[in-house]
Design a protein around this ligand. Structure first.
Ligand SMILES: [Zn+2]
Length: 308
């Protein structure tokens, strides 16, 4: 298990890698509890927005856990519906954060309608994955259209069309803060290994179908039951074939914003365009709502007094 020094510990905020015994199927189980609550508490979004952001966060953590990278994995939707933007990012050490942009009136109107979440709340647009490993490293990006009823379906389309990788993902989230409940989200993903060792293709096909059928039998209640730890849940699902759990990575909420980073960003704008009437600048981090205020004398130093 990955030790996360200085980060909040919880029994549920983990990404767990597993393998079904004797088969070319690997899996990821991710659940978020307190870490998710911390992200959502900072925002106070309407329920449907919180729910979509929770799904985005847990999907991001799941996809990130399947990649080998050192840096930042970002999952982002951009679309023309009531929720125009969803962003979640996860660092390779397990820090996650996220936010949404939405039109409150359109969200309120959408809440009165039934229908699949992606067409109803996000509309037309795309889902993008980015891996940023620093200036000298490759920047990997995948993009797919939002052509699915749910985020999980959109991710399926991506894997089928872009990666040619058989993938099944189940996502659930419960974020009813108004009733005083704790937020929880979970995702289970199984993937068929591209270069399997199985000798018999028919056996491999059967094993894959069984893994997908088991995933499809999962219920929201099971996935979101914090009384079941990861091992218990995996055993319950895959005990007939046998399941081997690998290292779990702890996930936690942490924003990477800082006064220095904000100051650096400010320097890229003309001072006259960013100051208010009194010559001050106020910036609020979209991810964590931290507020950064810069007084005129500080801006003098930042921009150089001659540039005032
Ligand atoms: Zn922040």
């Amino acid at each position: 298990m990955t030790e996360t020094i200085g980060a909040p510990r919880s029994d549920i905020d983990f990404a767990q890698t597993f393998q079904i015994e004797g088969q070319d199927v690997r899996g990821r189980l991710v659940r978020l509890g307190p870490a998710l609550d911390q992200v959502l508490t900072a925002h106070g979004y309407p329920d449907v927005v919180s729910n979509m952001l929770a799904e985005t966060l847990v999907l991001a953590a799941t996809l990130a856990s399947a990649l080998k990278y050192e840096g930042i994995f970002t999952l982002q939707t951009q679309s023309d519906g009531p929720i125009s933007l969803l962003v979640a990012d996860v660092t390779s050490d397990g820090a996650l954060r996220g936010y949404a942009r939405f039109d409150a009136d359109r969200v309120a109107e959408a809440e009165t309608r039934n229908g699949a979440p992606v067409p109803r709340l996000l509309g037309q647009g795309h889902l993008a994955f980015t891996v940023d490993q620093g200036a000298d490293m490759d920047r990997y990006q995948g993009v797919t259209e939002l052509d699915g009823a749910t985020l999980a379906e959109c991710a399926h389309h991506y894997f089928r069309n872009s990666e040619q990788l058989d993938t099944a993902i189940y996502i659930a989230a419960r974020t009813r803060r108004a009733r005083g409940e704790k937020s929880v989200a979970g995702a289970l993903m199984v993937q068929r290994m591209p270069h399997g060792k199985s000798v018999d293709p028919t056996d491999a096909e059967d094993a894959w179908r069984r893994a997908v059928a088991i995933l499809a039998s999962l219920t929201d209640d099971e996935l979101l039951d914090s009384g079941l730890d990861h091992d218990q849940l995996l055993f319950r699902l895959y005990h007939e074939d046998g399941v081997r759990a690998h290292a779990a990575q702890a996930l936690f909420h942490r924003c990477r914003c800082s006064r220095d980073k904000v100051a650096n960003t400010l320097k890229s704008f003309p001072r006259a365009e960013i100051i208010d009437q009194d010559g001050h600048v106020g910036v609020v981090c979209e991810f964590c709502k931290s507020a950064y205020a810069f007084a005129p004398d500080e801006l003098d130093r930042l921009f150089g007094a001659t540039d005032a």
